[in-house]
Design a protein. Structure first.
Length: 255
């Protein structure tokens, strides 16, 4: 097992686990569209990164940060449902992205390639994954309570607007890192499918959140191992593995 492969595997474990954990909130809040849309919001940043020669995750993050702030701001200033606000930002970013992403690099931008990750980017990815996990872990109970009853959450001192912004920014960080693994086209699935699988198998919130993280880790490990042995693009393999676990969970669904 060479060092580059081991590095890819470690990054996949951290990113997959945290993506699944954040996805558990996204499914609970009925925000699955956000996870998918964020991958497309990153496309203009990926295009600029490829054109200017810097890391695609950094370029993706800059546009994801802008996208998260716009979604949060439009949500405050309009009476539109979240799906409509996300849709506006999503399609606009997608159009801009396809105009500026260089054609030869389009497949990598859409489907990712974690096998070429550098040591520096791997360390940054692991560090940001850990920060994102503990940040969301701290606000997780408040967001769950707000999802049940906003008035009750506010009486308990939960600043819902602030918590939603922190959560969106954390998702933006993980999506930016995840793009390196599975690409902008599939990164939403990295967030959503493990959480949907865990929801089928869980009986309480703790099982659900930790199960989502565990399934994200397992999907990444299996997908990267399959890439090692059969050589097919790693991004689709991780997502197909995750989808297989979801289908399997249907036979063991609880409740």
């Amino acid at each position: 097992m060479n060092d580059q492969f081991l590095l890819s595997l470690i990054v996949g474990i951290f990113v997959g686990g945290v993506a699944g954990y954040l996805g558990s909130l996204m499914v609970t809040k009925r925000m699955a569209l956000v996870g998918d849309a964020f991958g497309h919001v990153a496309l203009p940043g990926i295009g600029l990164a490829l054109l200017l020669g810097f890391d695609v995750s950094l370029g993706a993050f800059l546009f994801l940060l802008l996208g998260a702030l716009l979604i949060w701001f439009f949500g405050l200033k309009t009476s539109l449902p979240m799906e409509a606000v996300v849709g506006i930002v999503f399609v606009t970013s997608l159009a801009i992205g396809f105009l500026i992403v260089p054609q030869p690099d389009l497949l990598e931008a859409l489907f990712g390639d974690i096998s070429g990750i550098s040591l520096k980017m791997a360390l940054i990815s692991i560090f940001l994954s850990i920060i994102s996990f503990f940040t969301v872990k701290k606000i997780y109970p408040g967001l769950i309570l707000a999802n049940i009853c906003e008035d009750l959450a506010e009486t308990q001192g939960v600043n819902i607007k602030k918590y939603n912004l922190i959560y969106l920014l954390s998702v933006a960080v993980i999506v930016a890192i995840g793009i390196r693994a599975v690409g902008s086209l599939l990164v939403g699935a990295l967030v959503i499918i493990p959480a949907a699988t865990a929801k089928n198998l869980s009986q309480n919130i703790k099982e659900y959140s930790l199960g989502s993280a565990a399934l994200g880790i397992l999907s990444s490990i299996v997908g990267i191992l399959l890439f090692k042995f059969i050589g097919i693009s790693v991004g689709p393999l991780i997502i197909l593995t995750s989808a297989f676990f979801f289908l399997l969970s249907m036979f063991f669904k609880k409740g």
